[in-house]
Design a protein around this ligand. Structure first.
Ligand code: SF4
Length: 207
């Protein structure tokens, strides 16, 4: 895992952020992100949940286990990608993040993208997909999941792949059909990441 000095500065800057009054009350800490800060692939979820808030690591609960299984299915460990959220702090009772909270945290998200300069951004669920894709996400995550979008961010073309949130699989009793669909979406990530890999010889993916 590589550290990214600019991302570390950003983490420090947001460690005591108080832009969202309600979230300041419901969080115990700001969950900035985890993984390789110079990774080719940046994963963006919705918001920290209870386990994430407690441990300070995104996707470390039940949804995180599914994400890990999906990453493993394409030959990645979670330490080889960077994982963050649309909104860094935990909303009370896991409610949806509010529009002004997403807006408050968007500058941090944009800076994360700028400083990481990833080749592929994977948006997990509707909130992250809307935050990154904007109007192109209008059709909803179930319609556009697994598709590859291209967007110019900071004068650079970045591939964006929306996926279903792993929590959906849990809500649906780990329905094997949904899991197989999610694995297919991860194949798209595998393909995009390999095509754009900064350091292809370091790839752990078996082709
Ligand atoms: S969600 Fe983001 S903007 Fe809002 S308080 Fe937490 S770190 Fe700050």
């Amino acid at each position: 895992m590589q550290e990214n000095p600019k991302l570390q500065e950003l983490k420090q800057e947001y460690s005591k952020c108080e832009k969202c009054p309600e979230l300041c009350k419901s969080r115990t800490q700001v969950v900035f992100g985890s993984g390789d800060e110079s990774a080719d692939a940046l994963f963006i979820g919705e918001a920290a949940g209870a386990t994430e808030d407690e441990k300070g690591i995104p996707f470390c609960g039940a949804s995180g286990q599914i994400l890990q299984e999906l990453l493993q299915s394409i030959g990645f460990t979670r330490d080889e990608v960077f994982i963050t959220n649309t909104v860094l702090c935990r909303p009370d009772k896991n409610r949806n993040p509010k529009t002004d909270e997403i807006k408050n945290c968007s500058e941090r998200l944009n800076k994360t993208i700028e400083y990481m300069n990833p080749k592929v951004i994977v948006t997990i669920g509707n909130f992250a997909t809307k935050a990154v894709l904007g109007p192109e996400a209008k059709a909803g995550i179930t319609k556009i999941r697994g598709q590859i979008f291209e967007k110019t961010i900071q004068n650079k073309i970045v591939q964006i792949i929306p996926i279903i949130h792993p929590a959906n699989l849990l809500y649906n009793g780990r329905n094997p059909k949904i899991f197989e669909q999610m694995k297919l979406d991860f194949k798209a990530i595998q393909k995009a990441t390999n095509t754009n890999r900064k350091n292809p010889q370091a790839s752990l993916i078996d082709f």
